[in-house]
Design a protein around this ligand. Structure first.
Ligand code: PMP
Length: 334
């Protein structure tokens, strides 16, 4: 009989699929890695598993322990499901602006969610970082993984995401395109792919960061943008700036238009940061030849954004009306 012992065993080993329609006129092969096929629905399942396993080995997380992390998004889901399967409780700290639905997902997995006050500076003890530090300290057996600084996060990508891409492309990948939020993906998978390809005749894999316009990684000032999960307004420990070879600043409108095209033209219902990655992938691919193999990592599903990117009214209300009218391509008169 073929089955997994637990859902945790199903994390990783996600497939690559070729883009066919939106790549019209491009001679390079453009492949995307479908991270939404992880059991928790995103790439973050990988770091959740590794952070919890390393904490167990280091004796930081013991039976009856409690995982405490300031997150409301994909990392929370990954941690919630891994913690639950391994017999730990999970407590997440979020801010009020986070959609109720995201808190509901975490609670559905049996996690506790604490909502901190709004408008508190990140260095305050009442910020969601501050509250999570205090909870991790005060709760018996509390442990805070801290995805922004925990080396287990990039390590998980060095040991799984990178090798999977290398094996599945049979060492033919020429360009890796990834977004960077906490930096784990680019640091870990980028480092692995550069190392493993260092001595081949065509040169090492080029690592391309697809960044929201405004984020500091691509030279912005850290101004806000709507794409979620990628970009930063401060430098974080897990982002190794020596890994990327180039950065592309992509606007919200471009990212959202591409996310919608991926759904309607490639059958891939993915989130905004996947749109960002594919826009950057196409920007570089148009100047490449038939020998080139571009791999873009698509971090999560579009299901979490049905009320935003895939909702015409939300798009119009937030200034993306042009994307809506272009993507339907149909004139409707009443
Ligand atoms: N996209 C989404 C939707 C994410 O949640 C994340 C994780 N923050 C990323 C991209 C970026 O990944 P990383 O944190 O590894 O840089």
């Amino acid at each position: 009989m073929k089955y997994a012992q637990s859902v945790v065993e199903l994390i990783g080993r996600t497939p690559l699929v070729k883009l066919n329609r939106i790549t019209e006129g491009v001679s390079a092969t453009v492949l995307v890695k479908l991270e939404y096929l992880n059991p928790g629905g995103s790439i973050k399942d990988r770091i959740a598993l590794r952070m919890i396993e390393e904490a167990e080995s280091a004796g930081l997380l013991k039976p009856g322990g409690v995982v405490v992390e300031p997150t409301s998004g994909n990392t929370g889901v990954g941690l919630a499901l891994v913690a639950q399967q391994k017999g730990y409780r999970a407590v997440f700290v979020t801010v009020p602006k986070v959609a109720q639905e995201k808190r509901d997902v975490l609670r559905a997995y049996g996690a506790d969610v604490v909502v901190g006050p709004a408008g508190v500076p990140s260095e305050s003890p009442l910020s969601y970082y501050g509250i999570s530090d205090q909870l991790a300290e005060e709760i018996k057996g509390g442990y805070k993984p801290d995805q922004f600084s925990n080396p287990a996060a990039p390590n998980s990508h060095y040991e799984t995401t990178g090798p999977e891409i290398w094996e599945d492309t049979e060492g033919k990948i020429t360009h890796l395109v990834v977004g960077a939020g906490t930096g784990g993906t680019v640091t870990g998978s980028g480092r692995y792919l550069k190392e493993v390809s260092a001595d081949r005749p065509q040169g090492p894999v080029r690592v391309v960061v697809a960044d929201p316009d405004g984020s500091i990684y691509s030279g912005g000032e850290g101004r806000p943008y709507f794409v979620e999960g990628v970009g930063e307004d401060i430098w974080v420990k897990n982002y190794d700036a020596s890994i990327p070879d180039e950065h592309h600043a992509i606007s919200d409108a471009e990212s959202f238009a591409m996310a919608r095209r991926l759904a309607t033209e490639e059958g891939l219902l993915v989130g905004g940061s996947s749109g960002t990655a594919v826009v950057a992938a196409l920007k570089i691919a148009k100047d490449l030849g038939p020998e080139d193999v571009v791999v873009a990592v698509l971090p999560d599903s579009g299901r979490g954004y049905l009320g935003k990117i895939f909702n015409d009214q939300w798009m119009i209300d937030h200034g993306f009306g042009a994307v809506v009218s272009n993507s339907t391509g149909v004139e409707i008169s009443v």
